[in-house]
Structure formats: structure tokens, C-alpha cells
Ligand binder design. Sequence first.
Ligand SMILES: C[S@@+](CC[C@H](N)C(=O)[O-])C[C@H]1O[C@@H](n2cnc3c(N)ncnc32)[C@H](O)[C@@H]1O
Length: 269
Amino acid sequence: MDDHRAHFEANRALWNARTELHYASQFYDVEAFVNGKSTLNRIELDLLGDVNRQDLLHLQCHFGQDTLSLARLGAHVTGLDLSDQAVAKARELSDRCGIRAEFIEGNVLDRRTELEGRFDVVFTTYGTIGWLPELSAWAANIAAYLKPGGRLVFAEFHPALWMYSNDFSRVQYSYFNREVIEENESGTYAVRNAPLQLPSFAWNHSLADVVQALIIAGLRLDVFREYDRSPYDCFQNTVATADGQFMIKGMEAKLPMVYALRASKNAGA
Ligand SMILES: C[S@@+](CC[C@H](N)C(=O)[O-])C[C@H]1O[C@@H](n2cnc3c(N)ncnc32)[C@H](O)[C@@H]1O
């Protein structure tokens, strides 16, 4: 992990800079959230089941809208994120909405012994593992944080998408690319014309790499699904679908855009 300290520091600076912009953005629509709108999508809700009174850990929680949406469903929530600005904003949002939640700053690849065996659900969705150079510590930490019988709910953009150039005009990367991807893009997916230009360091992970990491960590795959549309309009050259989601123009219904899974820890573990 030491090899990647500089990458994590750069990514933390990036997410710190993005947080304030995202909090004020139409994309995240904090006003609607404060007024009671849930930010959770059908995809993850279908996998979650009843979370009322359950202990839930949200990894890579950004400024906490999903975390607090889960708390509104009755879960006792803890959010964790690398960005100190995101954690500060999440605490501010939790106070503003009067929703109880705990937020901690940390790297998902570092084991935190105080979280071990505490959670019925570990939840992590959309735009998460691409910030991680490898998945064995990620999966092992998730398994360690779950109670016996606990479940992981995970939804993510499909690795097929990351093969393409940002404008989806050509295949730029191998599906199996494991090298770091350094970019210096301006703006963010939520505020395209934002005056922000900072380096980012990201990694692709094939479906097999994800599933294999979970198996090696001792989790059992219970549900695995793929979707031809994204609930978020965070890519270039998209078209809206009749159900309010998004596809890539010219590849409508041909390209997998999201996958989601539920995995569980053996009740006797
Ligand atoms: C795209 S956002 C996740 C968004 C999430 N779906 C939401 O809106 O609630 C990615 C988050 O991952 C965090 N992050 C990136 N690398 C991380 C790491 N190594 N450990 C913990 N958090 C990390 C960033 O700070 C950022 O808040």
C-alpha cells in the first residue's frame, strides 16, 4: 500500500476540492434531500431488504446523502470516506437534517479494528472501487467488519464502460488493464464546467477480479445482476431513457452500464 500513498494523497486533494462543488450542485440536489427525497435507487434498494434497526457501514460515503437516506430507513449508520472535507460536510448535513449518523475519515484499504464484527450490512455504491489499486484488502476488510450472517450490498458502474475514451468514441483501454490511470481532467461529473483541474489516479477492475476477491475473503455471492442503463447522468454523450435513466448514445441497450451484487458472510463465521 505504501507504493500508493502519493496516489491516495492526490485523490484526497481531488475529493476535498470536489466536495464543496458537489454539495452545491444540481446533480446532488441537497435541497431536495433536506426536504426528504431519498438518494437511493431501485437497484440497491432491491438488494438491501429491510434495514430497520440494523447496523450499517457505508464505505466511500462522500458527503453522506446515501448514508443519511439509509438512516431514514431506520438503519444505524456509519459512513467512512478518505476525504476530510466530505466527512465534515456529511456531519454538517446530518446536523442540518437532524439525522443521527457517525462519519469517520479513513482509507477503505486500511483495516480498522474498532469496526470488526459490528455490521449487519456493508454498503458501497457507484464510483467506489475505481479509486482502489487492488481489491484483496477491500474485500477482506468488508468481511471482517460484517457480523456473522451479515451482507455486503454493492452496486458499481460496469467495467466495460471504463474501456472507452471519455467521449465513448473509441476503445482506449483493455478490459484487463491493471495499470494506474492518471488523468488531469477539468470539471467533475457533477459540475462539468467547474473551474477545477487536479490529477486523479484510478484503476479498472474486471468483474472476475471483484467476484474473486470476495470469494477469497470468504463471502458467498447470493445475487449478481447487470443493467443496460445508469441511474446517474455522469458520462459524456448520454441519452435519457423513458424511465429516467441514461444510456450512451449510439450504444443504447447494447452496453452493460451497471452491475450489482449481494454477498454474505457465513452465519457461523
Ligand atoms: C464517487 S464518490 C462515491 C459517491 C457515492 N455513490 C455517493 O454519492 O454517496 C467516491 C468517494 O470515494 C472516496 N474515496 C476515494 N478513495 C478512497 C479510499 N481509498 N478510501 C475511502 N474513500 C475513498 C472519495 O473521497 C469520494 O467521496
